[in-house]
Design a binder for this molecule. Structure first.
Ligand code: 87F
Length: 510
């Protein structure tokens, strides 16, 4: 969607315009998720006030509603990695060309995406400066300097920062943007065993971000040789799936780099025996893409649907005064409700704006995805209760004032669990096990996430890509799941008919 269109569908419109839009769908969004997914997505991220389009293609403004989600995830991940003795640091945004060249081999494929600063004012820089697309080449020269002996190991650093990758294909807020936020962890160990263990420990944290916070089911697995980070030894990832588009999406990656970078950057140490040895390294990252995946998975025709654990407002309390009702009494009851909830650690807010009707407010907060709405009207006041409405399924529940905190806590937990369960059921319905090429093509056309026995040969994956190339994009491996179904002796590869070595997930992807 173009920026201008996005602007026009913003929620701060005149009453007349708003009514017009509402008439079209009855829902406040002009596009439906099932009919026009791409447009629906753009409309949701803008109308929920997460994103504002910017005048540079592929760059987006993260508004407080989105930034709060990022900060909540950070509030989980940062203490977790600190428990693992990983320390935060900050390296510069700029990369000198010399250093970038140093690991030419893996950068070569990425080179077209590297953005450069070539001028200061009107003067050409003597040497252009690259903007980090990732920080291996920025950090590792200093790892080489800082690591001398085995007592300097492990070295475990992380940074929260932005990176720039000048992508040319179809920019999408959160999912594929030219600048994004992430954390990048870079660790160095004396032994491969320690590195291997950390790769999985970090991957488990990524699974928890998706499943426990974003309520998005993911599959943990190993990337194929073709899809792994070329500079590393092996890549693990969590993979999500978007049922509406039938596309897989890499959720986060945890790489074991082996000793490749240690060789290039001479990251050596003297081991306990007094011998010179090379370090074993890992790198791992998750980015603001997480937020996009969450929007795509849970959003509906009323807008965003936020899992309670990442919602900056978990409960919105709305007064519903009638003409002759005790308006002040209702307002006071709302205030008391918000205070009680906040004291109990629930993120609750009231919407007392008097220039909007209760109905308008319902739509507004539904658009923003707030998990629970509490309405208080004259009847509720009289009955010493409040009426709650769940964002995930619209269910309404009357809650007695005496049980407020317990009931709301229970409801938020239920919403969180229900979002995950529904998403998992939808995802699982999209998984198709195939054994032959014909079955594979059929499943791909039905937008499935395909689990197939594979010979694990790079040439065969290249061949599958070539044979499925088309308007919708080629199919590739998403991952080989750690959780492998049984592979009976004699099972053939779906694509090459050679003996299958493993089960792999295949599909189109973001
Ligand atoms: C784009 C331009 C230049 C991805 C790039 O996944 C270089 C690269 O190295 C590049 N796009 N990559 C791979 C990033 C690998 C790795 N880096 C640290 C991660 C996790 C965090």
């Amino acid at each position: 969607m173009a920026g201008s269109e996005a602007k026009n569908s913003g929620s701060k419109q005149s009453g007349a315009k708003k009514k017009e839009v509402k008439k079209e769908t009855g829902l406040g969004l002009t596009n439906r998720k099932a009919d026009n997914f791409g447009e629906w997505y753009s409309e949701v991220v803008v109308n929920s006030e997460m994103i504002e389009y910017y005048d540079i293609s592929g760059c987006y403004i993260l508004r407080p509603w989105a930034m709060a989600i990022w900060e909540i995830m950070q509030g989980f991940f940062d203490p977790e990695i600190k428990k693992m003795k990983i320390k935060n640091c900050y390296f510069p945004l700029f990369v000198s060309p010399g250093v970038l060249e140093k690991e030419k081999e893996h950068v070569e494929g990425f080179a077209p995406e590297v953005a450069w600063v070539t001028k200061s004012g009107k003067t050409d820089l003597e040497i252009p400066i690259a903007i980090r697309p990732t920080s291996e080449t920025v950090m590792y020269p200093y790892y080489s300097k800082w690591i001398r002996g085995h007592r300097d190991l492990p070295l475990k650093l992380n940074q929260w920062c932005n990176v720039v990758r000048w992508e040319f294909s179809n920019p999408t807020p959160f999912i594929r943007s030219r600048e994004f936020l992430w954390q990048e962890g870079h660790t160095a160990f004396a032994t491969k065993e320690e590195a291997d263990a950390e790769v999985l420990e970090i991957l488990e944290l990524y699974r928890r971000i998706y499943e426990e916070f974003l309520a998005v089911p993911v599959i943990k697995g190993k990337k194929s040789e073709m899809e792994k980070f070329a500079g590393g030894l092996y890549t693990t990832s969590v993979e999500a799936f978007i049922p509406n588009t039938g596309r897989g999406v890499q959720g986060a990656t945890s790489h074991c780099l082996g000793q490749n970078f240690a060789k290039m950057f001479e990251i050596n140490f003297e081991n306990e025996k007094g011998e010179k040895a090379m370090v074993w390294q890992n790198s791992w990252a998750y980015s603001t893409r997480t937020i996009g995946v969450m929007v795509m998975v849970h959003g509906d025709d009323k807008g965003l649907v936020l899992p309670p654990k990442v919602a900056s407002v978990q409960v919105i309390v709305i007064p519903v005064p009638y003409k002759d009702a005790d308006t002040q009494g209702i307002i006071d009851a709302c205030t008391a409700t918000v205070n009680t909830l906040c004291e109990a650690g629930i993120r609750a807010e009231s919407d007392f704006r008097d220039n909007y009707s209760p109905g308008w407010k319902y739509s507004h907060w539904e658009m923003k995805g707030v998990p629970l709405r509490i309405e208080i009207g004259p009847k509720d006041l009289a009955k010493k209760q409040a009426r709650a409405a769940r964002r995930d399924n619209g269910e309404k529940i009357d809650i007695a004032n005496d049980n407020l905190v317990d009931e709301v806590k229970k409801l938020l937990d239920t919403v969180q669990q229900n979002l995950f369960d529904v998403a998992k059921q939808k995802r699982d319905e999209c998984i198709e096990v195939v054994h032959t090429w014909d079955e594979f093509v059929q499943a791909l056309n039905q937008r499935k996430m395909i689990l197939a026995p594979w010979c694990d040969e790079e040439a065969v994956e290249a061949d599958v890509k070539a044979r499925t190339k088309g308007e919708m994009g080629a199919a590739k491996t998403l991952c080989s799941p750690f959780d492998q179904p049984e592979l009976p002796e004699g099972t053939k590869c779906f694509a090459s008919e050679k003996p299958a070595k493993k089960w792999s997930y295949w599909g189109r992807s973001y």
